[in-house]
Design a protein around this ligand. Structure first.
Ligand code: GLU
Length: 416
């Protein structure tokens, strides 16, 4: 199977720990460790200079037992089929942990959006949508934003799909602009979920967000909003890094000012409200809480020794390698895993899909209250499982997720 690259084997390692404890039947084990569908497409795009470039795109529907595949689309030069398959598997477990009626999917296109014009990005998005059109739809597979994709990309995606089917389809994609069927609160939802998990975990560990020292890796949608919402709760954001560099301030960074700076300069580097910090030095900060909110494989066997925080809340997908997780367990660091820590985004995506299908829209207060309730429910289910089996929160989250997907797999039975 094409999916067995290094990231996927890491996911399998995480899966195995939980599947063993659950005594999962070998047949179900097999079913849950193979992707349902992997689609590879070539997307020719006429670039602004008149040349045609062909971009490779993927859409993987890892498991659709609980409902339509759900998961974002990523634009990045390093996208691979292994990565997209692993991310689709993580979406499967994430939706199950959050108790959403969705399976897991993920898409990716190998491209560098920082080097493309808006027109080129639109052309690529429309062509990619058209190439995977038969596989997607409100009951089949519902994409959303991920790394380097945003509301505008979702608007183009939704429009292309709608033009093909001949009517306006809002529920085909989530993370859309509010004006065209997006949900209030969706943009902030992943960061809000990170804040809720940090707050609940801190409470469990006997401290609070107020006065906590927080370090954040990544200042995109998740990191910047997560930082803001934690600062609103009285936490001090003492350092932030991104792809280019970083900034630290022991008294706490002014996050709204930093957001303004990033909107203009595309990086936190150079922000005058603190001292420069090396892009790789965020893990070394003297923080109580660390939020990796960039890409996968950031906390590794090499740098894990630098980490001082006693609580890690994973805003990114897959930021901690299995080897690093082992060391963190030995050192008693409490890790809220990605499939719980960043589940706020897909949970509000679910709310968006529900609102689109009803044609009835909720207030921001209603969205946030429902997100709060669902995140706390998921957090407590995972924490109770961790305490019951005496395992870390990642294994516990997998136990909850695998149990839910396996139960429905068995109830539905075997076709043919
Ligand atoms: N890309 C986000 C994630 O990794 C959101 C997915 C969605 O809303 O479907 O969870």
């Amino acid at each position: 199977m094409a999916a067995h690259g290094t990231l996927f084997s890491g996911m399998l390692q995480e899966f195995e720990g939980a599947a063993r404890i659950l005594n999962l039947e070998p047949g179900i084990w097999q079913m849950l460790t193979h992707p349902k569908r992997q689609i590879i497409v070539s997307c020719p795009v006429q670039m602004d200079n008149g040349n045609i470039e062909v971009f490779t795109g993927y859409r993987v529907q890892y498991n659709i037992t609980l409902g339509p595949a759900k998961g974002g689309i990523r634009y990045h030069p390093d996208v691979t089929l292994d990565e997209v398959t692993t991310l689709a598997a993580w979406m499967t477990w994430k939706c199950a942990v959050a108790q959403l009626p969705f399976g897991g999917g993920k898409g990716g296109v190998i491209c560098d959006p920082t080097k493309m014009s808006k027109r080129e990005l639109e052309a690529l998005t429309r062509r990619y949508t058209a190439e995977i059109i038969d596989a997607i739809g409100p009951d089949k597979d519902v994409p959303a934003p991920d790394v380097n994709t945003n509301e505008q990309v979702m608007a183009w995606f939704s429009d292309t799909y709608s033009m093909h089917v001949g009517h306006t389809s809002t529920a085909v994609v989530t993370g859309k602009p509010v004006e065209m069927g997006g949900s209030l609160g969706r943009r902030e939802a992943t960061g809000r979920g990170v804040m809720i998990c940090a707050r609940e975990a801190a409470k469990h560990l006997g401290f609070g967000l107020k006065g906590s020292r927080v370090a954040v890796q990544g200042f995109g949608n998740v990191g910047s909003i997560g930082a803001q919402l934690m600062a609103d709760q009285g936490a001090k954001i003492i350092g932030v890094t991104d792809w280019k560099g970083g900034v630290q301030n022991d008294k706490g960074l002014d996050i709204p000012k930093l957001q303004e700076w990033v909107a203009k300069n595309k990086t936190v580097a150079g922000f005058a409200g603190g001292e420069p910090l090396g892009a790789k030095d965020v893990f070394k900060l003297d923080a109580n809480i660390l939020v990796p909110a960039a890409l996968e494989k950031q906390i590794t066997a090499e740098n894990v020794k630098d980490i001082k925080a006693k609580l890690i809340v994973e805003g990114a997908n897959g930021p901690t390698t299995p080897e690093a997780q082992k060391v963190l367990n030995e050192r008693g660091v409490f890790v809220v895993p990605d499939i719980l820590g960043n589940a706020g985004g897909v949970t509000t995506s679910y709310f968006e899909w529900v609102q689109d299908r009803h044609g009835y829209f909720w207030t921001e207060k209603e969205v946030n209250e429902r997100l709060e309730a669902k995140m706390c429910l998921a957090f407590n289910a995972v924490l109770e499982t961790a305490l019951k089996y005496n395992v870390d929160m990642r294994v516990a989250a997998y136990i909850v997720a695998i149990n839910r997907v396996a139960t429905v797999t068995k109830l539905r039975g075997m076709y043919a």
